[in-house]
Design a protein around this ligand. Sequence first.
Ligand code: ASP
Length: 431
Amino acid sequence: MKFSYKKIPLSVKILTGMGLGIIFGLLAVQFGLSKFTSDWISPFGEIFVRLLKLIAIPLILVSLIKGVSDLRSTAGLSTMGIKTILFYISTTIIAVCLGISLAYIVRPGNFFPKEQQQTLCEKYSENVESSQVEAEIVTKKGPLSFLVDIVPDNIVLASSQNTMMLQIIFFSILVGITILLLPRKKTKSFRKFIDSSNYIVLKIIEIVMLYAPIGVFALIASVISDIAGDDPSGSLSLFKALGMYVLTVTLGLFILLLLFYPILAKLLGKVKYTKFIKAVLPAQIMGFSTSSSAATLPITKKCVEDNLNVNPKVSSFVLPIGATVNMDGTSLYQAVAAIFIAQVFAVDLNFIEILTIIITATLASIGSAAVPGAGMIMLLIVLSSVNIPVEGLALIFAVDRPLDMLRTSVNITGDSVISVIINKAHSKIKT
Ligand code: ASP
């Protein structure tokens, strides 16, 4: 039988890229090749992430305008919208509560060696300060500023920044609704233009995906080499000190992945979990490699549409909103991290303070941008809401990247499950 590269499933190719990336990264650490890796390997990962981000905004614009304008009426859109938001908020709250419960059961703070506290606080104090500046910008705003922020005052400006995805979503829905309200004759040529643009964007995604195995290889290799640097023993002892904390977050994320989402997918989406995981695996790996739900969006969309038959009208609406506001992994991580830091600094939290953590972690995860490290910056808001020392952030800085990779995978899995559920509920929508 003739070997054909084309016939190998995408997930196998990406997994191979990831495996080779791990091997290369470990070898680079072993042989002190971190400079070589950052000079000659990581640019190929950077190019991949740029390509994905490049296509994310055109994808949202075109597919959302098309998705909304193809609906029969605005009533369908509003019920889908309300259901989606309700699902997103409830899964996030469940994730926070799971994180808090695990942090109280495992008590990771009690395993943290006290002598490391001072060293870490000094080592990462600068990083904490710069995160504080970013978090302050958010907290200084009024309570309704998030609503104001959703509405763009300049669409060109909003499209130029990947962190303003909600504004693009708002604009696209507005254009879609306007098309619905106008007589069809008047919008004929624009709809044709959007249809063709949609084909072009989807083809570009296919082209970019050809490069995915190499991109994933380069991303994973450089992350491993960045984390360990040329001093693997130093990083290893840090990981040991923070081992219980890392374990608690990881355990929570895996409970979401292997227990919570399967139940949701089976009960409400009527999809077997093995089928579901197989279908979204490429997107999960991409989330893991890029640490960005926004960059992963094109692949998440392709996976649920091609492998789970989710109607593009549903995925075009549910997934971009999910990538920006639905971050179950991030909210769970923020809950565990807050309680871990409180335990290390011996801060006792009462019932009201725990409730405050539930509310702020939910809001902070919604407010986190879908880019690497955003969840950690927003964690500062959670910490300050209950007077946990913000310097505590320094304790967890060193292990944030691997946890970010994991939580991003969980974030996009959560979005995919909800897209399947909403698709089931709106199965009457015609493609
Ligand atoms: N990197 C995460 C995402 O894009 C956000 C975070 O938790 O930092 O989903």
